[in-house]
Ligand binder design. Structure first.
Ligand code: FAD
Length: 328
């Protein structure tokens, strides 16, 4: 069995420095939030880390706070805390619902917001030792192989789907991603944080070596904002989204003023469906409008040989999310 060294970081910047130092000494390094994804990856050999920087010993990054300009969510807030927080439940319901939909209570009790957003893909080729793009190779085996759960939007050259439930809800609220590394802190917009495989087929986000996600900042939302997260799974519980949708709407009575609609489980990044957002703006919400929005949601989809079943799922997930919002 391979030997692992555990380093208990005392702060995010301490974690970044420890990672840099270990890499300079020739080690492969990984950060561990709750470890619910990472430890499985180490067992499976998809993460080759021999030094684990443990973030459970870090005191910062554990608060959810509002300061009038918006809400800050620390990277080490657990998914249970996120799903139960009164502030998040009152103004940012889609985030609370997305966090509450993840895996099992045990996973939510230790899994962190940052770990959820930065978890690696669960593609069966990547997780089972194939030398694909994600493993540093130069092929996506799903293209001519088993692609039932792969991307219908934004694929190529890799067709993984982004696995996080929380990330689409954060994107729908225009979250700003807070990052720290050996060179200091930086903030990244939701648009720039996640990377399509055409930009970098090996990574899903713009974090570079030794950088950590320390938290997110959600800009203040207006009082007439409503939101929801609707998730469809291939079994009743304890698994990733086959299709999910985070919808955030500002409305005046029954009229939509502005909408953000972001899909989970269908693309290598949380997938914004701008055509649906444009269609919804100015509409009176009704069953017919919700249905049409769902149909518009798949207009640009490009299914692979075995995943066209996701199209009606996307249509109905968008329709259901909008009906949920109409029902309050
Ligand atoms: C049975 C099962 C079901 C699951 N179901 C779902 C589901 O329905 N929805 C879903 O979204 N996920 C699901 N997951 C995936 C995942 O375990 C959880 O989402 C969890 O939130 C990950 O958080 P963590 O803190 O445990 O991450 P970790 O395992 O600690 O880390 C995950 C990855 O992120 C990196 N990382 C961790 N923290 C940071 C940081 N602060 N900065 C930079 N990188 C970091 C790690 O190095 C690792 O690569 C499931 C997992 C299992 C085993």
């Amino acid at each position: 069995m391979k030997a692992l060294t555990n380093i208990n970081a005392t702060s995010f910047s301490d974690a970044a420095s420890a990672a840099q130092q270990a890499r300079q000494q020739g080690h492969a390094v990984a950060f561990s939030g709750g470890g619910t994804d990472l430890l499985q990856q180490i067992k499976d050999g998809t993460d080759l880390a021999d030094v684990i920087i443990n973030l459970r010993s870090v005191a910062d990054g554990r608060a959810i706070e509002s300061d009038g300009a918006g809400v800050s969510i620390g990277g080490l807030v657990t998914l249970t805390e996120l799903s139960e927080d009164p502030l998040v439940n009152s103004g940012l319901s889609a985030i609370a619902q997305a966090a509450g939909s993840v895996g099992t209570p045990q996973i939510r009790n230790v899994g962190t917001m940052a770990g959820n957003v930065t978890q690696r893909p669960w593609c069966w080729y990547y997780r089972n030792g194939f030398n694909c793009f994600k493993a540093g190779g130069d092929e996506c085996f799903s293209v001519n192989g088993e692609n039932g759960q792969h991307a219908i939007f934004g694929g190529g050259p890799s067709y993984i789907v982004h696995p996080s439930d929380v990330a689409p809800a954060l994107v729908a609220f225009d979250a700003v991603f807070q990052v720290t590394g050996p060179n200091g802190d930086r903030e990244v917009s939701a648009e720039d944080f996640f990377l399509l495989p055409i930009t970098n087929p090996e990574r899903e986000n713009s974090l570079v070596e030794n950088e950590l996600l320390t938290g997110v900042r959600i800009p203040a939302v207006s009082a007439n904002t409503v939101s929801t997260y609707h998730k469809i799974m291939d079994r009743e519980a304890w698994t990733h989204a086959e299709v999910g949708v985070a919808a955030v709407i500002q409305r005046d009575g029954n009229e939509v003023q502005n909408a953000k609609v972001v899909l989970a489980g269908v693309a290598p990044i949380p997938w914004r469906v701008q055509a649906v957002e444009d269609f919804l703006a100015g509409q009176q919400i009704s069953a017919a409008v919700a249905r049409e929005a769902g149909e518009i949601g798949v207009q640009d989809a490009q299914p692979l040989s075995n995943n066209a079943h996701k199209l009606p799922m996307v249509t109905s997930a968008i329709e259901q999310a909008i009906l949920n919002l109409a029902a309050g």
